[in-house]
Design a protein around this ligand. Structure first.
Ligand code: EPZ
Length: 420
């Protein structure tokens, strides 16, 4: 397994471009199953997770081509299989996003249950509740979701018991070709949900309210081909801003969307960062100062995103003062803490709360990645630490960060990948 080696304690400076959002590209690619004509999707990040869903869709008969500028052409005019095997789904839970489009267009799907992952059990009961409400028969047996709709799905009102991003997206995709109107209440409001709705509307769907807690979908007969550009990745943006904050640097991010990560920008300002923004860029300057510790609780959008929790924990390890971070979305999302402790951090855990008192400097150490955002947290810690940090099992990072060592090198970091 590849490793990253980082020589830390160098302030990041310079400019980089933000890539397209992984968590928008994945549902948008899954939604290609709904369209019986070629579509062009641009600004798709070149990530392992994108490759995974492309190979799943390819197995189903979707013809796809990727040029070298992150543009994908997909043609689902001849889908031959409705099967998503365990071998693929277990490597990427978001594969469950093919369930809604398959049921919506073909009335049939046989999709492996995603199972849990390092950060939690991550059930899909809300996805299945929505599909049943739309009229599908759902059996769960031998680890597979066997779904069938004897006739066209019928719109209805669905009240989500819990705010779920991919649950909202799956139900939205199932509803776009249903008969009549579907109302999703207590819907997820993440920008990626809105981006999926904008994509579907560009191809003839009738969705309103995406980005709010109530989404209304008026079913249409069919969708048509078209083109769409994926929105910038707000979590990649927040990760690089935090990398600049933890190293007391000064950077500018282009192709960013400041309005999609307000809660993160406000917390970084609380930590002492000077932030400036434009319509498609964000700059952060620490003016050489040590960050101040921040206290936060993660929660669904627009509150502080759980996908930025580990990164802010790394910031707290070298900040001035004590910061308290509470994780309310997932039940086991502190896997990075053990590794940060090995670098000298002063963190104590009490249930879903981490209390961290900042120290002057972390020490570089050999570490191991466990999940995508925990890995990002270790990269940030390594960038700040005195000495050399090795991060093993970085396939976790490659799932969600496009060209991470190239982008960090552009910002002056001393980082390189060692193939194992
Ligand atoms: C999406 O996962 C993201 N992934 C996650 O990003 C992100 O952390 C998460 O939303 C929360 O923002 C993609 O968009 C591909 P949820 P998702 O359903 O949709 C519970 C990353 O790092 N729940 O919103 O799977 C669930 O257990 C990844 O990029 C149910 O109980 O998350 C969790 O506690 C990690 N039943 C909470 O809801 C359900 O049917 C929120 O999960 C569905 C979810």
């Amino acid at each position: 397994m590849d490793k990253l080696i980082i020589q830390g304690n160098i302030p990041l400076t310079g400019e980089i471009k933000i890539s397209g959002a992984k968590n928008a590209a994945l549902p948008i690619l899954a939604a290609s199953l709904l369209i019986p004509e070629p579509i062009q999707i641009s600004n798709v990040p070149q990530l392992q997770d994108v490759a995974t869903i492309m190979s799943l869709l390819g197995q189903m008969g979707v013809r796809m081509s990727l040029d070298d500028k992150s543009n994908i052409e997909a043609d689902a005019s001849n889908v031959t299989s409705f099967f998503a095997p365990y071998e693929l789904v277990r490597t990427m839970r978001a594969s469950v996003l093919v369930l809604g489009p398959l049921l919506g267009r073909f009335g049939e799907a046989n999709v492996s249950l995603p199972g849990g992952c390092a950060i939690g059990t991550r059930p899909v009961d809300q996805h299945l509740k929505g599909m049943r409400a739309l009229g599908a028969d759902i059996e769960v047996e031998n680890g597979y979701i066997k779904a069938k709709a004897k006739k066209r799905l019928e719109g209805t009102t669905i009240v989500m018991d819990i705010v779920t991003v991919t649950g909202t997206e799956n139900i939205m995709m199932a509803a776009v070709l249903a008969k009549g109107q579907t109302i999703i209440q207590n819907a997820a409001r993440e920008p990626e949900v809105e981006d999926l709705a904008n994509f579907l509307n560009a191809l003839g769907a009738k969705i309103s309210g995406a980005g709010t807690a109530t989404i209304i979908i008026d079913g249409v007969e069919k969708l048509t081909g078209g083109t769409y550009s994926v929105l910038p990745d707000r979590i990649e943006t927040g990760t690089y801003l935090t990398a600049a904050a933890i190293t007391r640097g000064k950077i500018k991010l282009k192709n960013a969307r400041p309005e999609t990560l307000e809660s993160v920008l406000l917390k970084l300002q609380e930590a002492g960062a000077f932030i400036d923004t434009g319509s498609d860029w964000i700059s952060l300057d620490m003016k050489g100062n040590r960050p101040r510790a921040i206290t936060l609780s993660t929660a669904p959008y627009p509150a502080f995103p759980t996908d930025m929790q580990a990164q802010m924990m790394a910031l707290n390890t070298i900040a001035e003062g004590t910061g308290i971070i509470t994780e309310t979305v997932f039940e086991n999302r502190f896997m990075h803490v053990q590794e940060l402790l090995r670098m000298g951090a002063n963190i104590s855990l009490k249930g879903n709360t981490a209390i961290c008192t900042g120290i002057e400097a972390l020490q570089g150490a050999p570490t191991m990645a466990t999940d995508l955002r925990a890995s990002a947290s270790l990269v940030l810690a390594g960038l700040a630490a005195v000495g050399s940090t090795t991060i093993d099992r970085i396939y976790h990072i490659d799932r969600g960060y496009e060209c991470i060592e190239e982008k960090l090198t552009q910002l002056g970091a001393r980082i390189h990948r060692v193939p194992n």
